[in-house]
Each structure stands twice: as structure tokens, then as C-alpha cells.
Design a protein around this ligand. Sequence first.
Ligand SMILES: CC(C)(COP(=O)(O)OP(=O)(O)OC[C@H]1O[C@@H](n2cnc3c(N)ncnc32)[C@H](O)[C@@H]1OP(=O)(O)O)[C@@H](O)C(=O)NCCC(=O)NCCS
Length: 200
Amino acid sequence: MNRLIIIGAGGHGRVVADIASLRGYTDIVFLDADASKACCGPWPVVGTDDMAGSMDGDLFVAIGRAQHRSALMQRFSGRRFPTLIHPAATVAADVEIGDGTVVMAGAVINPGASIGQGVIINTSSSVDHDCAVHDYTHIAVGAHLCGSVTVGEGTWVGAGAIVSNNLSICAGCTLGAGTVVVRSIAQPGTYIGVPARKIK
Ligand SMILES: CC(C)(COP(=O)(O)OP(=O)(O)OC[C@H]1O[C@@H](n2cnc3c(N)ncnc32)[C@H](O)[C@@H]1OP(=O)(O)O)[C@@H](O)C(=O)NCCC(=O)NCCS
């Protein structure tokens, strides 16, 4: 059987399913907390999240919120969570990427980088040489990490944000869309603007 069960029947899930189908999965089904959903694009929604434990197949959690992604991956630990890389992404040969991570079209990950589990490397973003992106982080559409940047667990680097080289962003941060980070961030919170400043 070549089945992928995707938890989270939203727009993000649809992109994940598209990549999975390009990567050879022929039987793709969705589960969602909302039992009223019947389909997600061309793929069926066959039940609620709880059913994942009783169904055969690989699992993928396609939920944007890091805490939910992490909780579901931990709940079903022991199952196989594939790493899904779009054929039009560019990933250097020595890059390590964890389970349940998706790398979308146009993304570039350069040599020496490491990417944790349950991470989203979104469309046309880049992770440059020797970066470390920890578990459940999301590098959003068009965001760029320059060389040797570390991003802690569960952080959201918003669309088009830029993190300058050799900096560290701690766990549990949100960087708003278009934020430019020029100093390391050691306190969890929400940061916006150029240069980045904390608002929450
Ligand atoms: C930073 C962010 C999380 C803040 O959301 P929020 O907590 O709901 O905050 P608000 O929308 O109430 O905004 C608070 C203030 O910050 C400003 N602000 C919000 N986001 C901003 C941004 N990215 N850049 C500059 N200013 C921003 C708002 O204009 C508002 O200013 P005001 O108080 O003067 O009116 C959100 O705006 C954001 O940028 N999210 C990222 C979206 C994204 O990247 N999506 C990618 C999907 S792949």
C-alpha cells in the first residue's frame, strides 16, 4: 500500500498532498478535526484526527500551528512520518532533514544546514549554509535565513522576513511578515519591522 494520511484538510494540507503525489503517493486521504469536511481539493476527507491510530499508512501533520503539529506528531509517534521535498526545491546533498518536514517548491537549502522534524520550509524561502532550523518551526513563503542562523523550536518566521547571518532566534518566536532581524533574539515573543522590534 502506498497510502499517505494527512491530518489537516486546509490549504496547507492541499499543498502537502500535491507534493506527496509528485513524490509517488497514489492513495492520499485526509483527516480533520472538523467532521463536516468531505474533501480537500481532489482528495477525500475520510474522518477525524482520532482515526489515524486505526488506519494503515504513512502519516503527515499539515497544520500550521506549531503546538498542534508537535502534539499530533507526538501522539502518533512510532508511525512513519515521511519527509516531503518538492521536486522543484533545491536541497544540498549533505543537508539533514527530520521526519514529517515539508520543503516546498522553489525553496533552497544550502550545504551544512540542518532541519528538524515537523518543520515547514515554505514556497521560495531559503535556508543558507550552516543554518540550524529546529523542530516545528515554519519558514514562511519567501523568507530568507542568511548563513549560520539558528532558529529555535516552534518559531514562525513570517512571509518575506529576513534574518541576517550568524544570528540566533530563540524558540517560541513569531517574526511578522517582512521583518528584518539584525540582532539575535533571546526572548520569545512577536517581533515586527525593520529592524525587528518586539510588540508582544
Ligand atoms: C506579526 C503578526 C503575527 C501580528 O499579528 P497580530 O498579533 O494579530 O497583530 P495585529 O494585526 O493586531 O498588529 C499589531 C500592530 O502591528 C502592526 N503589524 C502587524 N504585522 C506587521 C508586520 N508584519 N509588519 C509591520 N507592522 C505590522 C499592525 O499594523 C498593528 O499596528 P497598530 O497597532 O499601529 O495598528 C502578523 O501581522 C504577521 O505578520 N503574521 C505573519 C503572516 C505571514 O507571514 N503569513 C505567512 C503564511 S505562509
